[in-house]
Write a protein that binds this ligand. Structure first.
Ligand SMILES: N[C@@H](CCC(=O)N[C@@H](CS)C(=O)NCC(=O)O)C(=O)O
Length: 255
């Protein structure tokens, strides 16, 4: 399934990068790598290929078929991946993609070296932790204000623990590095902020009033991520997506 990759055939030159993503509605990892690319390039200056991933509770045959489609691009069978059309190389893993784009373009990482490694560490923590948050509040950027959020907050202590740690992490980085900016390291968006945008969206879905966050810093940070123009563009495009990409098992928590 392709999205705007036909555009490259209309143009005389091929864009340097093609990003392979899944449904914007459900794929938080696709979102991170895509937003890193999008924050640097205009829409016309890169290409996007969109593939379908099978649902969590879907048939195993569907899952294998979907994975085989993704494997045409990335042998790990996961999205996102970034194709560099200069040398036909393919890079998987969201963090690697974000760091490559950041370093190549001198953007998206704090200039201060100490903060830079702290920024990468926060991305790693996001990628390897918060399992209760991720499993109990599945990403669906078009779902807003569902009661499932309150129910889970009252019954799953591990979820509240994950949220407390997020609150602490955001407060600590913001207070040390932000200088009262919009984001964790100031007014410029970094890959850490991009890594937390899908988390901010989960709050929008499951705790719209941000009652589970304890500090004004954390609440404002979530609001700033939700108001970022790239976040808004992604959600808008998700709402226009091909209905064939809808997976019923990701739509369980509408009220
Ligand atoms: N560690 C990977 C995780 C990527 C990932 O889990 N992607 C999901 C979509 S959000 C996927 O490709 N799932 C397909 C599958 O596992 O079959 C990254 O950071 O990029």
């Amino acid at each position: 399934m392709s999205e705007n990759n036909d555009k490259s055939e209309e143009k005389n030159c091929i864009n340097r990068y093609t990003i392979v993503i899944a449904s914007r509605r459900y794929s938080s990892w696709s979102m991170r790598a895509y937003l890193a690319l999008r924050s640097i390039y205009n829409l016309d200056n890169f290409d996007t290929i969109q593939v379908k991933i099978a649902g969590m509770h879907g048939l195993i045959e569907d899952k294998i078929a979907a994975r085989n489609v993704i494997k045409q691009y990335n042998l790990s069978g996961k999205v996102p991946c970034l194709i560099d059309n200069n040398d036909n190389s393919i890079l998987g893993e969201s963090l690697a993609i974000c760091i490559k784009l950041a370093e190549e373009n001198n953007q998206l990482l704090p200039l201060n070296t100490k903060y830079k490694y702290n920024c990468i560490a926060a991305c790693c923590e996001m990628a390897t932790s918060f399992t209760a948050l991720r499993s109990n509040w599945p990403f669906n950027c078009l779902m807003k204000g569902t009661k499932h959020g309150e129910k889970t907050l009252n019954t799953i202590p591990e979820l509240k623990e994950d949220i407390n740690r997020l609150n602490e992490l955001w407060d600590n980085i913001y207070n040390e590095c932000s200088n009262n900016g919009l984001y964790l390291y100031g007014n410029n968006l970094t890959i850490t902020d991009i890594f937390f945008i899908p988390v901010a969206i989960r709050f929008n879905t499951y705790d719209t009033n941000l009652t589970s966050l304890n500090t004004a810093t954390a609440k404002n940070y979530v609001k700033n991520l939700l108001n970022n123009e790239l976040t808004i563009e992604w959600i808008q495009n998700a709402s226009l997506e091909n209905p064939n990409l809808i997976i019923p098992s990701y739509e369980l928590y509408h009220d």
